[in-house]
Design a protein around this ligand. Sequence first.
Ligand SMILES: Nc1ncnc2c1ncn2[C@@H]1O[C@H](COP(=O)(O)OP(=O)(O)O)[C@@H](O)[C@H]1O
Ligand SMILES: [Mg+2]
Length: 284
Amino acid sequence: MGRITEALKKVADERISRIQKKPEVQYIVKKVENTKIEPHIVAFHDPASPVGEQYKIIRTNIQSLRLKEDYKTFLITSSLNGEGKTVTSINLALTMANDLNNKSILLIDADMRKGKISKYMGISSSPGLSEILKGEVEADATFVSPNIANLTIMHSGKVPRNPAELLSSKKMLSLLSSLRTRFDYIFIDSPPVMPLTDPCIIGGMTDGVILVVQAARTQRDMVKTVEQRLYQAHAKLVGYIMTNVEYHLPHYLYRYVHEYDGYRAYYQTENVKEQKEEVMAHEV
Ligand SMILES: Nc1ncnc2c1ncn2[C@@H]1O[C@H](COP(=O)(O)OP(=O)(O)O)[C@@H](O)[C@H]1O
Ligand SMILES: [Mg+2]
């Protein structure tokens, strides 16, 4: 083999191995030590990260809705299980609570079938929504304070026999109307729309619905069906949050975008080639 052919082969081999080599995914969020709060809760662990900043943009959008109308109660839902509803709900509630205006935030786990807020927040579950709707406890007895200023959590409670019926009861309506007089913002985490009617029921009782869409998973047609179902239930869709977004930016550009104007950046490792963001697109 001639030297030129050899050199060309070497270059080609290097190129192939570069393409085949899976790029290392580097998460940009730092975990705070000694806490049981799940690392995806960036609004707690790393609010100044780019992902945290995305939540702050959503917060601004939510606050601006208040300027137009008295939007107070928001349902967070999605098409299917596992698209990031619960993580998004917690991050949103926390970001809202972190605002300097001392607004009181209530986060309700209305996924009475698979409620996970207690697990993600690292706190033990206690009586919650299902017990209130069954008439076993008053709302005040369910309020949990996770040691985060301005944030109150209401757990889902024990899995009831008839979640949809409980949610569509008059008790749920009166509960929400009394809660809205006591909190500045209420965020309600829920099960998915495709397999269950629960989110459509709650959606009709809230001021706005935020739809979580998972990048590379949620199908366009499914989103259309979900939008239709919410519309039929008189639920008002106010925006979308896209989760699990991966994007590639050259390091120098990434640094520029996030260091520009003195923004903080935690990811100044020289080798960062790929960043994975949790929340990129939003339209709330
Ligand atoms: N924005 C995100 N980016 C990447 N992974 C996520 C994101 N949100 C949630 N996850 C992970 O996806 C899984 C499902 O999230 P979860 O919020 O429980 O979904 P859902 O409530 O829609 O069922 C969890 O393991 C969670 O850690
Ligand atoms: Mg969930």
